[in-house]
Design a protein. Structure first.
Length: 542
């Protein structure tokens, strides 16, 4: 099994003096040789301080050269890095920390102080390292100084076995409590191969990664990563001027980020007739990508450039992909008529099946019943980017993993189907379906019908009065208008009710409600918290 840190080591020998990373905010440039040397020094320093292979290291450092080098350093010594998005909120964050039980904390001064305040959740932490200057050295010396000392180089990079962890990365928790996903070194190696071979990303490319971890892949592939001047936990609040300036100033060739970013940047560019001439491709992931967003962003790209929307999850990414131009020219008309969202063909080496839905665990692959094309069922996947387990979570492992003859299958928690060409169509989360006495309604197809109304920004299908078997007494569609203040609520409700009654997908919906602003996830500003909406709707209707 290859350690991803070895790729940086190889690249640094060939491209020692070439720029491997730029911090857009400060203009700081770091060469590949410096990246490798700094990660070596961090690795040596951490080993000298007693950090060993297998120690779980929680990294709470802002996107920067230090974040990248510390991550590579931990890979080099075999200490799994624990990454938790602080944007999930303090309650979820503390719960994740308590469950994963880190041995070591490396964090900015604020994070180290946080660990001192919440002692119960951080009680497993034996060593703390501060990345940054703290007042009067209250939290110890700055680890950055430890990484500067001498010309120490690591004698040998950790050689992982099949089961050795590289990282534990937490899900967003948009459909339940966040879960820690175990990433072996082999998962990162497989993701690196897919990014390089399928998306043709590598040496000569310049990336503006809005997901900080993606900078690891860029530098490991010999490309230059430009760390954007933004808060990655608040993508919808990106400053479009700064983001665009980084693209133009550094001749960025591709960018991997949330649709929330491109919604802001796309509107800004369209309004000012800006074309991002250097961009060859954009990868949008992490949340649904609406057709109007694809249409808008396509307008600000050169004609030879394209958008790609990789489909997957924290547990398995990427597993399928489609281009923006294919969506706009071939599949969107079907999507707006309730056929679901086409997420493309399975990627090379990825095996996807649609199976008859099962509510509880599926213990072995021989228990599944595979469905034919155009029949909606559960999406399951097997491949070398598919993770094998959650950390310290036997219950979720039993629900999400299926033992097969050639390894584990992962249940995506999504519903969908294959078309006659073998393309995968997404019909919504399994937890978001509404089962009535005589039929099942799926969120994405039903909402597409209502979203056609010009005053509707987005909609959400919810079940009302769920019984012990999961059946619902009724279904409700809740809409969020573009501008609640300018909306005639009675007129809008009457029109969407008529719209729903005229379509076989939505004719069974009984209730229609207007909500001023949907509760959504902080990270992407797109994943709707339907459980909260359900409670709100039931209270309204009672």
């Amino acid at each position: 099994m290859e350690n991803i840190a070895e790729t940086l080591q190889r690249i640094s020998r060939r491209k020692k003096d070439e720029t491997g990373l730029i911090e857009a905010k400060s203009g700081r440039r770091v060469s590949f040789g410096q990246l490798n040397m700094l990660s070596d020094r961090f690795a040596v320093y951490l080993k000298e301080q007693g950090v060993e292979a297998g120690d779980r290291v929680m990294l709470m450092v802002k996107p920067s050269a230090e974040f990248i080098c510390l991550t590579f350093a931990l890979f080099k010594i075999g200490a799994p890095v624990v990454l938790i998005d602080p944007g999930m909120g303090y309650k979820n964050l503390l719960g994740c920390i308590e469950r994963v039980r880190p041995d070591v904390l490396i964090g900015i001064p604020k994070a180290v102080l946080f660990s001192r305040v919440f002692r119960k959740q951080f009680q497993s932490v034996k060593k703390r390292f501060c990345c940054g200057l703290s007042p009067f050295n209250l939290f110890g010396g700055d680890i950055r100084k430890g990484g500067k000392g001498g010309n120490a180089s690591l004698p040998e990079i950790f050689k992982p076995s099949r089961d050795d962890l590289a990282a534990i990365i937490f899900t967003t928790g948009s459909t339940g409590p966040p879960k820690g996903v175990r990433y072996e070194h082999s998962i990162f190696a497989a993701q690196l191969r897919l990014i390089r071979d399928y998306y043709q990303i590598g040496e000569g490319d310049i990336d503006l990664p809005a997901f900080p971890l993606f900078a690891l892949f860029t530098t490991a592939l010999g490309g230059c990563a430009v760390i954007p001047d933004m808060d990655p936990t608040r993508p919808a609040r990106v400053d479009p001027e700064k983001f665009i300036d980084a693209i133009n100033h550094y001749n960025v060739t591709y960018s991997f980020g949330s649709p929330a970013i491109w919604n802001v940047v796309g509107r800004y560019c369209v309004k000012r007739d800006i074309i991002l001439k250097s961009l060859r491709k954009i990868l949008m992931a992490g949340a649904p990508v609406p057709w109007d967003l694809l249409q808008r962003v396509t307008k600000i790209l050169p004609e030879t450039s394209d958008i790609y929307t990789p489909y997957g999850a924290t547990e398995s990414l990427p597993i399928a992909s489609i281009s923006g131009r294919e969506i706009l020219t071939e599949t969107w008309e079907k999507s707006r008529n309730g056929k679901g969202t086409c997420v493309g063909f399975p990627l090379p080496g990825i095996n996807i099946k649609i199976i008859a839905m099962v509510e509880g665990p599926i213990h072995h692959f021989r228990e599944i019943r595979e469905l034919s094309p155009h029949h909606i069922g559960e999406i399951i996947v097997q491949g070398d980017v598919v993770t094998r387990a959650y950390e310290n979570n036997d219950k979720e492992n039993s629900l999400a993993k299926i033992v097969g003859e050639n390894g584990f299958w992962h249940r995506m928690g999504d519903m969908g189907y294959f078309d006659e060409r073998g393309r995968l169509w997404f019909c919504g989360r399994k937890a978001h379906r509404v089962e009535l006495a005589d039929r099942t309604l799926y969120s994405v197809p039903c909402e597409a019908i209502i979203n056609e109304h010009p005053d509707v920004y987005r909609s959400a299908l919810v079940g009302i009065g769920r019984d012990e078997q999961g059946k619902c007494a009724d279904a409700a569609l809740i809409v969020e208008p573009y501008d609640i203040k300018k909306t005639d609520s009675n007129r809008l409700l009457a029109e969407i009710e008529t719209l729903a009654s005229e379509n076989s997908l939505t004719e069974a919906v009984k209730y229609f409600l207007i909500h001023e602003s949907f509760p959504v996830d902080i990270r992407h500003n797109a994943k709707i918290f339907r459980e909260k909406l359900t409670l709100w709707a039931e209270e309204k209707l009672s």
